[in-house]
Write a protein that binds this ligand. Structure first.
Ligand code: NAD
Length: 324
């Protein structure tokens, strides 16, 4: 890059939850951003505050169709995909196509510009894991024909395609395996535990915990996740590298924590557990620490407080139930 020229990144899925925070962070770091989204599960509202900023463009496009971007592109972050179970069960074919055709098109875009591509993969590639905690060397335990397979297998295919482009065609790529992350701009009713519990607690409704609530997740505040994605992009590493918090907790504990931080009197009730829902989830983040110097910095209490404050503001703006 010539001195004085700004770098430019394409963020597919940039109007989604993680993508919008990534766009923000890139702009803060002096990287121009082309945010590409079809608003299937995201919304222009998530990036409205960036609209006037120099170096930011929002393009409505579907990644399952070829992507053309004029001007320079140094980095492609491929995040476009439904990500919450409610969304990918509603959009099964679209989810598989975002992982397959979408990843192909993102790789082609990166190739056309000689750019580095970062694939947003997921801990779901480990399925219902038989290894604990999950290291990147673990191959996973996924039901290829279960309802969740549309997401898990799309991401496994996306990883395979990305590695094939790297090995056979010399593509400059990196794969991030993102573990559950949370924060402002999650949708209250997207089915993921943190926004569900917070919106129920704020509404004084029962907090619905799936199964016996003893299943665990490791949740990472979105600022930390995004910092990990940028660190990976700026490294020479290929990965896959786990990006997630090692702080694991049961869903019943999370429900109790949310209830206490919101000061809610909601009761906690138990509902049926979704098919193939993994029992345990905790990343081994040794590689991220050693290769990227990355570790999560925001403690869970603090991250949850910030998220609750955002949901409270939303409820004040949009009425009692917040936005859908
Ligand atoms: P999200 O649903 O909020 O964002 C996804 C975005 O992609 C949305 O804005 C949606 O409109 C867009 N999109 C979907 N299909 C598209 C298509 N065909 N063309 C263009 N845009 C399309 O989800 P998120 O939580 O922000 O997840 C973002 C990425 O990170 C996903 O790839 C997901 O698999 C990955 N990830 C997220 C988590 C998490 O905890 N949030 C965990 C692991 C992996």
């Amino acid at each position: 890059m010539t001195a004085g020229q700004r770098r430019r990144a394409v963020v597919t899925g940039g109007a989604g939850f993680v993508g919008s925070h990534l766009c923000e962070r890139l702009l803060e770091r002096g990287v121009d951003v082309v945010c590409v989204d079809n608003f299937a599960t995201g919304t222009p509202d998530n990036v409205r505050h960036l609209a006037g900023r120099p170096g930011f463009e929002l393009v409505k496009a579907d990644v399952t169709h070829p992507l053309w971007v004029t001007g320079r592109v140094d980095l492609v972050f491929h995040l476009a995909s439904a990500a919450s179970p409610v969304d990918y069960l509603r959009l099964p074919v679209e989810t598989l196509e975002a992982g397959s055709l979408g990843t192909r098109n993102a790789l082609r875009l990166a190739h056309a510009h000689d750019a580095r591509l970062v694939l947003a993969s997921t801990s779901e590639v480990y399925g219902d894991p038989l290894e604990y905690p999950q290291r990147e060397s673990y191959w996973g335990n996924v039901n290829p024909v279960g309802p969740r397979s549309v997401y898990d297998e799309a991401k496994r295919y996306a990883e395979a395609l990305t590695m094939a482009h790297h090995r056979a065609r010399g593509a400059d790529i990196a794969i991030a395996r993102i573990f559950n992350c949370y924060g402002p701009r999650m949708r209250p009713h997207d089915g993921r535990a943190v926004p569900t519990f917070i919106s129920q607690a704020l509404a004084g409704e029962p907090i619905t915990v799936a199964g016996d609530g003893l299943q665990t997740r490791s949740i990472c505040y979105v600022d930390d996740t995004v910092r990990g994605l940028v660190a990976l992009a700026e490294s020479g590493e290929t990965g896959p590298i786990n990006i997630g918090s090692g702080e694991e907790l049961s869903m019943i504990r999370l429900a109790e924590l949310v209830r206490s931080l919101t000061g809610s009197a909601s009761e906690i009730v138990f509902v049926g557990r979704p098919e193939d829902d993994p029992r345990f989830r905790r990343p081994d983040t040794t590689l991220a620490a050693e290769l990227l110097g990355w570790r999560p910095l925001v403690p869970m209490d603090e991250g949850l407080r910030r998220t609750i404050a955002w949901f409270q503001r939303r409820r004040a703006e949009h009425g009692d139930r917040g936005a859908a």
